[in-house]
Design a binder for this molecule. Sequence first.
Ligand code: MG
Length: 253
Amino acid sequence: MKLCRFSFNNKVSYGVIEEGAVYETDSPFSGVVKKGEGRRLEDVRLLAPVEPSKIVAIGLNYRAHAAEFGKALPEEPMIFMKPSTAVIGPEDEIVYPSHMSHRVDYEGELGVVIGKRAKDVRVEDAASFILGYTCFNDVTARDLQGKDVQFTRAKGFDTFACVGPWIETGINPLDARIETYLNGEKKQDTSTHDMIFDVFKIVSFVSHVMTLLPGDMIATGTPPGVGKMKPGNIVEVRISGIGTLKNIVVERA
Ligand code: MG
């Protein structure tokens, strides 16, 4: 099932997408009930499919990505956070923070959307706390990540958390293909099978640190092949079984 948020005639709703049509629904966190007539997907504007209270992100979760940065493999998940204010949706603009950074990278990632309140969840129970999966771009000011001790600035600029185009509830997160394209050229291409800590271990681990709320997101780390973006570039994160999240980089006004 594909779940989305969309706007039509200035009204924002959650939706279910079926065969190219969008049906309004109440919050998917309390059960999906289709309402009314479907609208054509091309007639609505898709928004970020969730409004997370927080985004927890995992650093160095693919062996080959750790190797490309010359880092040792972590013994437990390395977590950091991105602010909810960084979220943008499909086709929205990534604003290049040229007042502070001169090296901004894409990081294509599998995004996990939490479906219900999760605290101290066991690995074997984790699946039941997940609503679904979406494409995520963990945009990063790489120069500031190196300069600052904390990741907050490098990962926290407005528009640095691209989410969408929708949530897919039915994929196998243990073997999904993630590809990232910059101006149509493939830059990343890896299976989530290569994660050091899989999705269920991550949800369990994070839930033993902080309570996860419905709509919270976990960005599960990027595979190798990260690289820089410039204003005017189009970046796409494509995940098998989900779809393609497309954004354009623009100059700061
Ligand atoms: Mg990342």
